[in-house]
Design a protein around this ligand. Structure first.
Ligand code: BGC
Length: 756
C-alpha cells in the first residue's frame, strides 16, 4: 500500500513538472515517454499521407515506410483496408525501436462507403437521432476498414454560400450547429473509444474558417471577439463538451495570426477556457503555409505552431525537420515537445492501440459491416429526410405511381454527382441515378429520359471541376439538338421532372463561386420546358444555397435534394411518389442574389431598420433588391399543412436560474401524415450589446397523422438567455424577451416573458 502510494506521489510530481493533471496521466504513456529520445518524440508529431485519399495540397509524403521504421511517424491517412492498415502497423511494431502503433486517419465526412447526403443536407433533417446514427454507421464501416481516427465533424458556421465548403457543415446557426456537433461526436466516438467499432472524432476547422472574406477559400478572417463568441465558436465548444478526441486548426488567420500558430486560440481558448483534453492537429500543410501568410521561414513557423499548442503537423514535416534545431537554439523547449507527444500517445492509448495495434485490422469485418443492405437502407432514409420542398405549384407533388413522366436533365441519369463533394471513400459507380430510382419505386410509371442540356457548356469551368474525375461531361451533340430532343420527348408526358443543378465539385474545398445560380445551359432548358405548358418539377442538386429567384417565379415545383449519396435515386423517388412526405428545413438562408451575402436570420436590427416589403430612403435596405432572403432559415414545405395555435409561456416573470416552459399546439390540417420541425426563436429586447432580431433557441421534430393535433413543449434553459457581453462574460441581462414559435425563422406567433 505504502509503496503504491509512494509511486503515485512520484508520478504526481512528474506530472506536476510536466504541467499535466493526474487525470491525464497514464502510467503506460509516462513509461514510454521516459524511454523516448527527442527524435522519437518529434516523430510522433508527424502525420503523413502516402496518397490514396484526396491530396488537398501540393504535397504527398515520400519515403513513408522508411520514416515509420525510423520512428518518424505518429500517424497516417489515406491508407485503408484491414490488410493495408495491418501492414502499416506491422512496419511500426516490428521495425521501429519503440513499437508505437500508428493513428490511421481519414476524412469520413458523410458516410464511409455507404455515402449519405452531404452534411448541409443531413443538417436539413433537423433530426439529431438520425444524425447520430448516421455518424455511428460511418464509424462502424470505417473501423471495419482499418480507420481509427476521423477528420470530422466540420462545424464551421457559414453565412456565405459562395464558399464551397458550406456544403461540409451545418449551415448558418450556432445553436443548431452545436446540437449537430454533439450528435456527430457521440455517433463517431460512442462511449468507449477503445471499442473497435468507434473512432476518434476531430472537430474542425478551429476556427472561423466559414467566415473567409468574400467566400473565397483559404482567405483571411477578421471578426470581433463578440461576434466570434456569440455566433461562430459555440459549435466547436459543443464538440469539446461532447468529449471530442482531437481538433484540427484552420487555414485562415484570426486577428492576424494563422490559426495553426495562434496561441490564444489553441492554448488560451481551447485548452484553458474550454478544458479540451485531446490533441490538436494542423490542417494539410497549414504549418508550412504560415510562411506564405508572411510569418517567417519553416523553422520559425514550426516553432511558433508548437509554442502555440499545436501537437501534430499534417503532411508538411515542418516539425520533423526543424524542431530539433529549434530546441538546440532555445526557440522551443523539449518539454513542449514532450507535452505534445504525450497527448498523441494518450490518444493512441484511448483507442486501445497499445493493447492491440491490430484492433482495427480484422479482415472478416469489411464484408459484414460495409455497404450492407441495412446501411444502404439507412442512407436512403437519411437522404429522404434531408430533402427540402421549396415550392409545390398547384400541389403537383406527390406524383402518381402510374404517371407518364418525361424525365429530363443532365443530372437525371448520372452516377458521378450523386455522392457529393468530400466523398473520397465512396464509389460513385455504386450510386443509384434518379432514372433507376424512379423505375424501382414506381415500376408502373411510364418514364422516358433525355439529357436535355449539359451541366454547363463552359469547357474551362468543366475542367476545373473535373479534378477528381469526370463530373461534368459535355455532350458531343449541340445544345440545340439536346434541347429539341428533350422537348420532343416531353410531348406525350403528363408531367416533366427536370433534374438540374450543380455537379458535386461545384462545391467543396477550393470550390468557391461568385455566381451561385443554376448554370445558363440548364436555365435555358428549364425555361423551354416550362413553355410547353406542362407541369414541371425541378429536382435541384447543389452543395450550397443557390440563387434561384428566376426559377422560383416560374410555375414550377422545386424539391431541393443537395447531393443525396449512394441511394440518391431511390430516395428521390420515395419523396416524389409520396412514400415519404418531405420534412427537411433549410439550415442556411437562400439569398435572392449574390449581393445580399452574407445573409442569415439572426442579423441585427440596426438603428434604421427597413420597413417590410417597401423601399424607404435612409433606411437599411437596397435600391435594387428586397432585404429578405428568397427562402428563410428553417424554411421547408410538406405535402401536408400545419397550423399553430395556443402559444403559452408558463411564467411571465422568471429569475436568473429558472427555466421557461413553453407549449404550443400544432395540428396537421392537410391530407397527408407528415413531420414538422417546430422552431422556437428568441428576441432579447434590451441588452448591453446590440441583439440579433431573433435567434434559434429550440426545436422539436414531430410526427402528426393527418388531422392529428399535438401539444408540443419546449424549454428555454438559463444558458439560452445568455450571451457574451463586451467583456466576453457569458451573462443574461434583466428585461423583456419575446418568444416566436412556428415553422421557420419568420414565425409570427409570439409571447413574452420577463427576466428579473
Ligand atoms: C482539409 C481538411 C481535411 C484535410 C485532410 C484539408 O485540405 O481542409 O478538412 O481533413 O485536408 O484530408
Amino acid at each position: 500500500m505504502t509503496i503504491k502510494k509512494n509511486i503515485f506521489s512520484i508520478l504526481l510530481l512528474t506530472f506536476a513538472v510536466f504541467n499535466i493533471t493526474a487525470q491525464e496521466a497514464i502510467p503506460e504513456v509516462e513509461a514510454l515517454l521516459n524511454k523516448m529520445t527527442l527524435d522519437e518524440k518529434i516523430g510522433q508529431l508527424n502525420l503523413l499521407t502516402p496518397g490514396g485519399g484526396i491530396a488537398t495540397g501540393s504535397v504527398v509524403s515520400k519515403n513513408v515506410e522508411l520514416k515509420i521504421k525510423e520512428g518518424q511517424v505518429g500517424g497516417l491517412f489515406g491508407v485503408s483496408g484491414p490488410e493495408k492498415v495491418r501492414q502499416a502497423q506491422e512496419i511500426a511494431i516490428k521495425n521501429s525501436r519503440l513499437k508505437i502503433p500508428l493513428l490511421i486517419g481519414s476524412d469520413i465526412i458523410h458516410g464511409y462507403k455507404t455515402t449519405y447526403p452531404i452534411p448541409l443536407g443531413v443538417a436539413s433533417s433537423w433530426n439529431m437521432e438520425l444524425i447520430e446514427s448516421a455518424a455511428k454507421m460511418a464509424a462502424k464501416e470505417a473501423t471495419a476498414d482499418g480507420i481509427n481516427w476521423n477528420f470530422s465533424p466540420m462545424v464551421d458556421i457559414s453565412r456565405d454560400a459562395r464558399w464551397g465548403r458550406i456544403s461540409e457543415g451545418s449551415g448558418e446557426d450556432p445553436y443548431l450547429g452545436s446540437a449537430i456537433a454533439t450528435a456527430m461526436v457521440k455517433g463517431y466516438q460512442g462511449n468507449d473509444l477503445s471499442n473497435s467499432q468507434t473512432m476518434m472524432a476531430t472537430v474542425k476547422h478551429l476556427a472561423l474558417y466559414g467566415a473567409v472574406e468574400a467566400g473565397r477559400d483559404y482567405n483571411s478572417v477578421d471578426m470581433s471577439k463578440v461576434k466570434m463568441y456569440n455566433q461562430y465558436l459555440p459549435p466547436y465548444q459543443a464538440a469539446v463538451d461532447a468529449g471530442v478526441g482531437s481538433a484540427m486548426t484552420s487555414f485562415n488567420d484570426i486577428d492576424g495570426i494563422p490559426a495553426t500558430g495562434n496561441k490564444w486560440l489553441i492554448t488560451d481558448l481551447l485548452r484553458k477556457q474550454w478544458g479540451f483534453k485531446g490533441f490538436v492537429v494542423s490542417d494539410y500543410t497549414s504549418v508550412n503555409e504560415m510562411t506564405a501568410h508572411g510569418l517567417g521561414d519553416l523553422q520559425a513557423v514550426s516553432a511558433q505552431a508548437l509554442n502555440a499548442g499545436l501537437d501534430m503537423d499534417m503532411v508538411g514535416e515542418g516539425f520533423l525537420t526543424t524542431l530539433k534545431k529549434s530546441v538546440k537554439e532555445g526557440k522551443v523547449t523539449e518539454e513542449a515537445i514532450t507535452i505534445a507527444c504525450r497527448r498523441i500517445l494518450t490518444a493512441k492509448h484511448q483507442l486501445g492501440l497499445f493493447d492491440d495495434p491490430y484492433r482495427y485490422s480484422d479482415t472478416s469485418r469489411p464484408e459484414k459491416d460495409i455497404l450492407t443492405t441495412e446501411n444502404r437502407e439507412a442512407a436512403r432514409k437519411i437522404a429522404t429526410q434531408s430533402f427540402v420542398l421549396l415550392k409545390n405549384e398547384n400541389n403537383v407533388l406527390p406524383l402518381k405511381k402510374d404517371a407518364k413522366i418525361a424525365l429530363v436533365g443532365p443530372l437525371a441519369n448520372d452516377k458521378n454527382n450523386m455522392l457529393g463533394t468530400w466523398a473520397p471513400t465512396g464509389d460513385p459507380q455504386l450510386s443509384i441515378p434518379v432514372l433507376e430510382g424512379l423505375k424501382n419505386v414506381a415500376p408502373k410509371a411510364r418514364i422516358s429520359y433525355t439529357k436535355g442540356a449539359n451541366i454547363t457548356n463552359d469547357g474551362e469551368f468543366a475542367k476545373r471541376v473535373n479534378v477528381f474525375g469526370l463530373r461534368v461531361d459535355i455532350d458531343t451533340r449541340t445544345p440545340e439538338a439536346m434541347l429539341s430532343e428533350a422537348l420532343q420527348n416531353s410531348e406525350n408526358a403528363d408531367i416533366i421532372v427536370a433534374v438540374v443543378g450543380e455537379a458535386s465539385e461545384f462545391a467543396g474545398e477550393a470550390a468557391s463561386r461568385t455566381e451561385i445560380s443554376i448554370p445558363p445551359s440548364q436555365k435555358k432548358l428549364i425555361k423551354a420546358l416550362v413553355e410547353t405548358g406542362k407541369p414541371v418539377v425541378l429536382v435541384l442538386f447543389s452543395g450550397r444555397p443557390l440563387t434561384i429567384s428566376d426559377e422560383f417565379t416560374l410555375p414550377v415545383s422545386i424539391l431541393q435534394v443537395w447531393n443525396p449519396g449512394v441511394e440518391a435515386g431511390n430516395a428521390i423517388a420515395d419523396v416524389i411518389f409520396g412514400d415519404y412526405n418531405p420534412s427537411g428545413k433549410l439550415t442556411a438562408s437562400w439569398p435572392r442574389n449574390v449581393g445580399q451575402i452574407p445573409i442569415y436570420h439572426s442579423m441585427k436590427n440596426t438603428g434604421r431598420p427597413a420597413p417590410t416589403n417597401r423601399f424607404e430612403k435612409f433606411k437599411s435596405n437596397y435600391l435594387d433588391s428586397e432585404i429578405s432572403p428568397l427562402f428563410p432559415f428553417g424554411y421547408g414545405l410538406s405535402y401536408t399543412t400545419f397550423e399553430y395555435s395556443d402559444l403559452v409561456v408558463e411564467k411571465k416573470k422568471i429569475t436568473q436560474d429558472e427555466l421557461v416552459n413553453i407549449s404550443v399546439t400544432v395540428k396537421n390540417t392537410g391530407d397527408y401524415d407528415g413531420e414538422e420541425v417546430v422552431q422556437l426563436y428568441l428576441k432579447d429586447e434590451v441588452r448591453s450589446i446590440t441583439p440579433p432580431v431573433r435567434e434559434l433557441k429550440g426545436f422539436k421534430k414531430i410526427f402528426l397523422k393527418k388531422g392529428e393535433t399535438k401539444t408540443v413543449s419546449l424549454t428555454l434553459y438559463a444558458n439560452d438567455l445568455k450571451f457574451y457581453n463586451s467583456n466576453l462574460q457569458f451573462v443574461s441581462e434583466p428585461g423583456k424577451f419575446v418568444v416566436f414559435v412556428g415553422s421557420d425563422s419568420t414565425a409570427e406567433m409570439s409571447a413574452e416573458f420577463e427576466l428579473e
